[in-house]
Design a binder for this molecule. Structure first.
Ligand SMILES: Nc1ncnc2c1ncn2[C@@H]1O[C@H](COP(=O)(O)OP(=O)(O)OP(=O)(O)O)[C@@H](O)[C@H]1O
Length: 356
């Protein structure tokens, strides 16, 4: 296993009293896999990543990355990992080349080696044309590619990416997926957080969903979807404001071939063994009932369904810039980040950590 965590707990002190961010997190990620970490806001994703990349210590529990203990052997861990935070660590006032060179020099490379590595990475990430531009002038997609290249300067075997495509347009996102896929094809292990379920579904070999500081599920995207429904999901949209009726849900549950029924706003979702068999019966039953049906659709279960089933919340509503209602609670991070900064003081480069 390239990443292993057991019983991770983290309690942050805060003025309002201790905040339990992690409540016994276990994780196992095999070498070369792309592992996606999903969860509502405030679920504990960043806390786990920060422990795994040695920026924060667990209150209790253990974790090993690339075979090294994150608490006892932080230097060894750092020399084997790349970490690209949400902020990315790119200095906007410096050119792309200067950013890359600085990282390489910080890794202890000679000037000649550093320049050769910058050339290599620029070719690999199609950054040649932007090497001499100040990083602040790069588009979102280019800036993320630069940040990723910076995280790979020292050829880490495990790469941590915190929301790598947040706010990117669809084509830039797909380009980055290709880069991430290539990393794993070359043997690197990738651990990423994302709010985009499509990204998790397309890119990741395995996913863990965290909620309230606990892992509620870990499996491949396909297996997770099978857990929700080994079949199809009929989605019935009812008249505005008429969703949520227990009576309708119970009626649907009583039909043959129905496995699970739940409301998502004004949409009744019905997990069934065979959609074409269940749909006519379901519609007949609904027609006789109190709600009007506006539309019906049949689909395979999605990760949205999994997420809702596991956390009781939906991640839908994230707009292309990553804003919007992401479900879950925002937590009380706003007034407490300072304490986190204190915990990490002494680390000169918390945003872009590659090696010690
Ligand atoms: N330094 C801190 N001091 C106190 N509480 C904190 C601190 N950092 C995080 N927390 C709290 O711990 C919990 C987990 O936060 P964390 O940032 O790990 O969640 P997250 O899943 O990464 O959220 P997001 O998706 O919003 O980034 C939240 O309740 C948060 O408010």
């Amino acid at each position: 296993m390239e990443i292993e965590a057991e019983g991770l707990r983290k309690i942050y002190p805060s003025k309002a009293g201790p905040v339990e961010a992690l409540d016994g997190v276990d994780l196992r990620v095999a070498r070369g896999k792309i592992f996606g970490f999903l969860g509502p806001n405030g679920a504990g994703k960043t806390t786990v990543i920060r422990i795994l990349v040695t920026l924060s210590r667990p209150t209790s529990g253990t974790a090993r990355v690339a075979g090294f203990d994150v608490v006892g052997q932080p230097r060894q861990v750092r020399s084997h990992i790349g970490y690209v935070s949400q902020a990315g660590g790119v200095d906007g006032g410096m050119t792309g080349r200067a950013n890359l060179l600085l990282q390489a020099r910080l890794q202890g490379m000679s000037k000649a080696d550093a320049m050769a590595r910058v050339g290599e990475l620029a070719g690999r990430f199609s950054l040649e044309e932007v090497l001499d531009r100040p990083a602040a002038t790069l588009s979102g997609g280019l800036s993320r590619r630069l940040a990723l290249a910076m995280g790979l300067v020292h050829r880490p075997s495990v790469v941590f990416l915190d929301e790598p495509t947040l706010g990117l347009d669809p084509s830039a996102r797909v380009e980055l997926w290709q880069e991430i896929g290539a990393l794993s094809a070359e043997g690197a292990t990738v651990f990423l957080t994302t709010h985009y379920l499509e990204e998790a579904d397309t890119l990741c070999d395995e996913l863990a969903i965290i909620d309230h500081g606990r892992i509620v599920s870990q499996d491949s995207p396909a297996a997770l979807k099978r857990q929700v429904a080994d079949g199809e999901v009929v989605s019935v949209t009812v008249g505005h404001g008429h969703g949520g009726s227990d009576e309708v849900r119970e009626e649907a549950e009583a039909l043959p071939g129905v496995r699970r029924v739940w409301w998502e706003g004004d949409v009744l979702r019905v997990a069934v063994t065979d959609g074409s068999e269940a749909m006519p019966q379901l519609l007949r039953r609904l027609d006789a009932g109190p709600v009007s049906v506006r539309s019906v659709a049949l689909s395979a279960p999605s990760l949205d369904d999994v997420f809702l089933h596991k956390t009781g919340r939906t991640l839908r509503g994230v707009d292309s810039a990553g804003n919007g209602s992401r479900g879950g609670h925002a937590g009380n991070a706003g007034d407490t980040r300072k304490e986190e900064g204190l915990e990490d003081s002494g680390n000169p480069d918390a945003d872009q950590l590659q090696g010690a």
